[in-house]
Design a protein around this ligand. Structure first.
Ligand code: M6R
Length: 625
């Protein structure tokens, strides 16, 4: 995930920026850069922009070798690619046409295509593929003035940044410097974190408190719509109209480890709690004004999609479970026969593939060896391959015909949580698109589904706020078990597989998942007094059937933990513990119902003394067969 840092004061900025960028390395990134004030031969201030693909270490070595870099003001960035590949030209900072303004940005400019077209029409020349660069040109127009745009010159960086932000739709944490205003950093925030602080030797800004805690523990967390002007001796906070405001100062007493986890005790919990944002970010920019789904990296024409008559979803582990959910959606909405296969099996079978077969490869890391081998095999056999991955420029992205990037950002805990939600949301979009192209869903229906899909962000937040106690009690009830069963029907069955995997990988408690209707064909023999059965029993067309299956378990002494729909009192008659989730359409239950199962797995693991972030024997990325 991208990181911003900025400093203006009396010390050497390069060292402070590098140290801040290094502190944010844990978040993941693919390139880094800085913009530093420097002097031109005529004595005027100019900006030096130095950018590198790869580790901050490379940038640090380059800066260390430059004795001329004595700047005391600058901004820096680590980039996790979204718009545009991870290359030097796409790395931040980005600059205006005259190179006098440099910006670093976290977030997404949703209307960047329109803005870029307008700016190019007024003569601006773009040097990168990023959405961020529009900020540099918009600020330049406001600073220098532009007759075509009818803008008088402000010659005021803070005012120019405020003006630029008024044109942008989307999310931003932004810091800008200008060669004509040495020592000033202008900062803006909307839906992306910005932290500001005053230290003994100057003023600091970062997107993550960890980059500031060496300089100060008293910080201002900028709020949406607020701006700040940093100079070596002062910081001025203003609102969108430029009125001066008095922000609240927060004292931070975290150590570095706590700061990396943003105050959460572990990355797994932090990442589970980030899921509302993942839903929102994965959907940003996906619906055009005309109500059409917009997947610009699709790589396949609608004609090609319309020809698809069979889909294989290939993946491993948690990503495979996202595929099980996709099967229900693609078959349910688009009516295309869909199979889900473990990539490790697919590659050694002889699956039936024709030019109208679409293979959807799902991989968080984008580098799982089995998934990659299956992609190559499928393409040799003539299939079109569509990738769903969290890592821009990863092998899965490069070797697929088209791709959707999940916007989970770097996932650090080995057990996938937020990336799964990103995958399910992306696969839901793909299913809707296939249905729309095939004429099985109308534009109006797609619009309605899209809106409801977006609502799941709030619904996850609601679960996170309200179900902690219920989940903790359920975890206490099963922490000492030897084994557990997860059951459900339809979507509930697909979710059960992910619930069981999460529990076993982080708590080492043996767990299996079954379609609830299968219980009486064998697994019910396991049930005796107190045996934990975790059921997805939300209100759905198969609710009554699921309840009947649970009654059979209850009659044999099972301890039942039910994930049920809010308002369902009847379930309490058979369940020992109930975790409630808001009512959502069955298609979207996986996005909400998985969250309590992730939390349950984590709670059980903690109660059993396990390291939830780094379970034994597991690796985050499985690049060997
Ligand atoms: O990076 P990928 O999504 O391709 O990884 C696939 C599996 O290795 C991964 O999902 C694994 O099962 C995780 N430990 C799940 O939490």
């Amino acid at each position: 995930m991208c990181g911003i840092v900025g400093y203006t004061g009396s010390n050497k900025a390069a060292e402070i920026l590098i140290s801040g960028l290094k502190r944010m390395e844990y978040r993941g990134y693919d390139s880094a850069g800085v913009a530093l004030e420097d002097y031109a031969e005529d004595g005027a201030v100019k900006l030096d922009v130095i950018r590198r693909v790869g580790k901050v270490q490379g940038l640090e070595s380059e800066l260390a070798a430059r004795e001329d870099l004595t700047a005391t003001c600058g901004i820096g960035h680590t980039r996790w690619a979204t718009h545009g590949r991870p290359t030097v030209k796409n790395a931040h900072p980005h600059t205006s046409c005259d190179g006098k303004i440099a910006v670093v940005h976290n977030g997404i400019v949703e209307n960047f295509a329109e803005l870029r077209e307008e700016l190019e029409g007024r003569g601006h020349v773009f040097k990168s593929d990023t959405d961020t660069e529009v900020f540099a040109h918009l600020i330049e127009e406001a600073y220098e003035g532009n007759e075509v745009a009818g803008k008088p010159a402000t010659h005021d960086l803070m005012a120019a940044v405020r003006d630029a932000c008024s044109y942008v739709v989307g999310a931003y944490g932004l810091a800008a410097v200008c060669a004509d205003e040495p020592g000033t950093i202008a900062v803006a925030r909307k839906d992306n974190p910005i932290i500001i602080g005053r230290g003994e030797h100057g003023s600091y800004v970062a997107s993550d408190v960890i980059a500031l805690i060496d300089a100060t523990r008293d910080v201002v967390v900028l709020e949406d719509g607020q701006f700040a002007k940093l100079t070596p001796d002062a910081i001025e906070y203003t609102d969108a109209e430029g009125n001066v405001i008095e922000p609240e100062v927060t004292h931070v007493d975290w150590d570095v480890d706590m700061a990396e986890k943003a105050g959460y005790p572990d990355f797994m919990l932090k990442e589970i709690c980030e899921q509302p944002r993942v839903v929102r970010d994965t959907l940003v920019g996906r619906m055009s004004g005309a109500g059409e789904l917009d997947i610009d990296e699709l790589g396949l024409t609608y004609e090609e999609l319309n020809l698809v008559d069979r889909v294989y979803v290939i993946a491993c582990g948690t990503s495979f479970h996202a595929g099980l959910i996709a099967k229900n959606l693609i078959e349910g909405w688009a009516r295309i026969p869909t199979e889900v296969e473990a990539a490790s099996e697919f590659r050694y079978r002889n699956p039936i593939i024709t030019p109208s077969t679409l293979v959807v490869a799902v991989s968080q890391s984008g580098e799982t060896a089995d998934t990659l081998a299956a992609i190559r095999d499928a393409r040799i056999k003539g299939a079109k391959v569509f990738g769903i991955t969290n890592v821009v420029g990863s092998p899965v992205a490069r070797e697929s015909d088209g791709v959707i990037y999940t916007k989970a950002n770097k996932e650090i805990a080995v057990a996938s949580t937020k990336s799964f939600i990103g995958q399910v949301v992306s696969l839901t979009l793909l299913s809707m698109l296939l249905a729309q192209v095939k004429g099985k869903l109308t534009t109006g229906q797609v619009r309605m589904l899209f809106r409801e899909l977006g609502d799941t962000a709030e619904q996850i937040q609601h679960i996170l706020y309200t179900q902690q106690v219920a989940i903790h009690e359920a975890a206490l009830a099963c922490k000492d078990a030897q084994s557990a069963l997860f059951v459900g029907r339809g979507m509930g069955a697909a979710i059960s597989y992910e619930g069981a995997l999460k529990l076993k990988e982080v708590s080492y408690l043996h767990a299996e998942a079954y379609a609830a209707g299968e219980m009486k064909h064998g697994p019910i023999a396991l049930i005796d007094q107190g045996f934990p059965v975790i059921a997805i029993a939300t209100k759905s067309p198969v609710y009554d059937k699921t309840v009947s299956n649970l009654k059979e378990c209850e009659a044999r002494g099972a301890m039942i933990i039910a994930v049920a729909t809010e308002g369902d009192e009847e379930i309490k008659q058979i369940a020992d513990h109930v975790i409630y989730i808001p009512k959502v359409r069955d298609a979207f239950v996986p996005i909400t119902a998985t969250v309590p199962l992730q939390l349950l797995a984590r709670e059980v693991a903690i109660l059993r003394g396990c390291d939830v972030d780094q379970p034994r024997n597991l690796a985050k990325s499985v690049t060997v067969e």
